[in-house]
Design a protein around this ligand. Structure first.
Ligand code: PAF
Length: 310
């Protein structure tokens, strides 16, 4: 199996002893855990806050908004770029996943990111790696039904990254809403003293949620893909009207997506925004979650459903 990638040039030999020294380097690129720990310690020693942005690279404006969020909260941003083998199933797109390190680094630098961690695969996930972190409840159902290894892989790697970075807070996109809930739960359960912050989904002009996998779409598929977001919004209207039972709205939504060109709808679920259990009362804040296949590309999206004021 192929693990991650290497970059040729780093400033790993630079002695980073003061924050001014770190600032003058612009953006520090670290390939090893000890390098990144050393760089972050300089920030911590100066009493400044660190915000983490874990990514798998192939960066788009959605990722950059997470770095922006860190900066807007007064933190120094540490981003990671690591295509995590643990979260891909055997027949998924691990080897095809876009790897665009040079442009990722340029984008992060332009966004004012302070430190980037780009570990080589074996440095971070050793050949004999055997620990698994598994989050029950929010980590079950929805995406976990069709990607049974996914949330364990995410939870395990994110725990490792948070352990290496020890940030004050970490920012994740709401686009991956179930992932955000899984990470929130694991941080609470494991008493990690790190605030988890969700950032709003960034969308293309037609509403399609930005995703590194959108580049797999053919021009025709791309033109149909925004129907997912459009359908979620129509479903939200139907829920707000309160005239039709959820099971019937769900059937209608699946049929609409199939007519719009989605080959297969994995799920469209109306759930409690925190527990991700099926919603029992419109008085609770809800979330609509969906996953559907446009050709060979699996797209996910979600929107909030406001609590009904009766
Ligand atoms: O959302 C992602 O890109 C990944 O799932 C994450 C959180 C970086 C873990 O590999």
């Amino acid at each position: 199996m192929q693990y991650g990638y290497h970059i040729e040039a780093t400033n790993s030999n630079t002695v980073i002893s003061t924050l001014d020294n770190l600032r003058s380097l612009n953006m520090i690129i670290c390939k090893t855990k000890s390098e990144v720990r050393e760089a972050l310690q300089v920030i911590r020693d100066n009493g400044e806050r660190i915000g983490a942005v874990p990514t798998m690279g192939a960066l788009h404006n959605g990722h950059l908004s997470l770095v922006e969020k860190v900066k807007s909260l007064g933190g120094h941003a540490v981003a990671s770029i690591f295509v995590n083998p643990l979260q891909f199933g055997p027949h998924e797109d691990f080897s095809d996943y876009p790897r665009t390190l040079d442009s990722d680094l340029a984008l992060l630098k332009a966004q004012g990111c302070d430190v980037v961690f780009t570990p080589a695969g074996r440095e971070f996930v050793s050949a004999d790696f055997s620990t698994k972190i598994s989050v029950a409840g929010v980590g079950e159902g929805h995406c976990a039904n069709s990607r049974p290894q996914f949330f364990d892989g995410v939870a395990t790697i994110v725990t490792k990254l948070l352990n290496v970075f020890s940030p004050d807070f970490a920012v994740f996109g709401e686009k991956d809403y179930q992932q955000l809930m899984v990470i929130t739960q694991l941080v609470r359960d494991l008493d990690l003293d790190i605030e988890i912050i969700g950032a709003p989904t960034v969308r293309e002009s037609d509403g399609l949620a930005m995703s590194s996998r959108n580049e797999y779409l053919s021009p025709k598929e791309r033109s149909q893909a925004a129907k997912l977001f459009e359908t979620l919004n129509l479903v939200a209207e139907k829920i707000a009207q309160g005239r039709v039972a959820w099971a019937d709205i769900q059937k209608w939504a699946i049929a609409r997506l199939e007519t719009a060109g989605f080959a297969n709808v994995d799920y469209i679920n109306y759930v409690d925004a925190m527990s991700l259990e099926p919603i029992l009362s419109p008085d609770q804040p809800g979330r609509l979650l969906a996953a559907a296949w446009m050709g060979k590309t699996r797209l996910i999206d979600n929107i909030p459903i406001a609590r009904r004021i009766s």
